[in-house]
Design a protein around this ligand. Sequence first.
Ligand code: PMP
Ligand code: GLN
Length: 386
Amino acid sequence: LNRRLAEFGTTIFAEMSALAVTTGSINLGQGFPDTDGPEEVREAAVRALREGRGNQYPPGPGIPELRTAIAAHQLSRYGLSYDPDTEVLVTAGATEAIAASLLALVEPGDEVVALEPYYDSYAASIAMAGGTRVPVTLRPHSAEEAGFRLDLDELRAAVTDRTRLLLINTPHNPTGTVLTRAELAAIAELAVERDLLVVTDEVYEHLVFDDAEHVPLASFPGMRERTVTIGSAGKTFSFTGWKVGWVTAAPELVAAVRAVKQFLTYVSSGPFQYAVAEALALPDSYFEEFRRSMLARRDILAKGLAEAGFRVFRPAGTYFITTDIRPLGEKDGFAFCRALPERAGVVAIPNAVFYDDREAGAPFVRFAFCKKEEVLREAAERLRAL
Ligand code: PMP
Ligand code: GLN
């Protein structure tokens, strides 16, 4: 592995999912649902495949039906108007969208400010682009219900003359934080004032709970022309294996990301693109039911974890719960997660992998709740025996 990437070996998700298999544990580590998305969407994929739609290279920017559906989704949900021909790009999952955006927009030596803890591919993609990552750490608020919060002064202080881009993620993996309208407005003001580009990973846009609200960064004044917004059918429709993601942005930004994408994968997911185009047109009831079912699961797992003695940061979004293991007399999340399959038959992710400052992340452990209710109840039962 070259020097830029030497620190990135196997992702923690692969390591922990393998451990779940070898120990026969319940896998609450890697975030993938144990129930596939809607039957009619699967049928749409089968139909496309049978009818020979998408079995050969689809168009570079994605099939027109899907680009139109993505634009319609941004318009109907958020009032954001994008031209399907020049302002939408289909990618091989959000993962490629992130990598291609950073490779397209970051020059070697540029600083990229990212919220820490950050989803693991951010650090690797910034490194591939030759950029320098500058973390701004979300910290637990003294009011338990507030969860992990962004300090706006720290964010402002992190921006230097070398900063090229802000890499934002809301709803936030792994903390479950949903940035508020006021926080997003402040981020937008900063981006405009310092003339920064923004890449915003909004793959959990449909998973917000309680009073939280997802507001796209691109909808703030001055942001539409500087913001690359990323979505994912893996997350929104529970088809993580299909690898269909997308980017919406101004034409020059989409053209730049597309220039990179064509040399990473060229195109991807042919027949699945047709199915996702249909999925995006599902009635509101699908999105509402998806949210409601994840909320019920969040509550089951949060209660179980609290009863088992963890400090639980109740997430306002995503399908992850971050916990603090110190009330259990533990302090090293890595050691805890490596031992947990043997001790309790459950797999979780040590949040330290999402931090530059591993010490700061050490006591936190993430559990995924995108699993059947009975699976979560069984996991909770096992954890109570710790
Ligand atoms: N961003 C975040 C915050 C994620 O949690 C994930 C998936 N776990 C991705 C991006 C990657 O999405 P995809 O599977 O569509 O590549
Ligand atoms: N995004 C998923 C998670 O956070 C994992 C995706 C992956 O394994 N790359 O768990």
